[in-house]
Design a protein around this ligand. Structure first.
Ligand code: FES
Length: 148
């Protein structure tokens, strides 16, 4: 059996390495550039899920002012005992928002954007509304359905 060896000159080596490194850097840049424009606040596809209020994971929703997250949605119980749901990512740069029951609004601590219970912008820098979802509570079953 005969062994074969191939040689590569210095210029060819640097050309191949440079092309590979350039391709890697370009793909990283494109991925990074997409994220810097802000995460899409709307969960992909239609939203339709049901959570159980008997599940400890969602226990906060049993009290007025409490809120929970599921599937890119924040579900809150207002002080007026209404269940509301909006997309949970701030429309400015995608930070997870919270519900402030005292002021009855959703809030992003990252840069201070605020949204009303319909998802409309109250305070910038966010300029786009959150997506609002329908909420159907079944007190007998102890469940809450959230859907588009
Ligand atoms: S990410 Fe929410 S205000 Fe900037």
């Amino acid at each position: 059996m005969e062994a074969t060896t191939t040689t590569m000159d210095r210029h060819e080596f640097f050309r191949l390495v440079g092309t590979s490194v350039g391709a890697i850097m370009l793909s990283r840049c494109l991925a990074g550039c997409t994220k810097s424009n802000g995460a899409d606040p709307t969960p992909a596809g239609a939203v339709d899920f049901t959570i159980s209020l008997n599940d400890n994971k969602y226990a906060n929703l049993n009290q007025k002012g409490g809120y929970v997250y599921n599937n890119g949605v924040i579900i809150a119980r207002t002080q007026a005992d209404q269940l509301i749901a909006v997309s949970s990512a701030c429309t400015h740069e995608g930070t997870l928002i919270t519900f402030q029951s005292a002021s009855n609004r959703f809030y992003c601590a990252n840069h201070g954007s605020a949204f009303d219970t319909e998802g409309k912008v109250l305070n910038s820098p966010a300029t786009r509304a959150l997506t609002k979802y329908n909420v159907l509570a079944d007190k007998t079953a102890g469940s809450v359905r959230v859907y588009s």
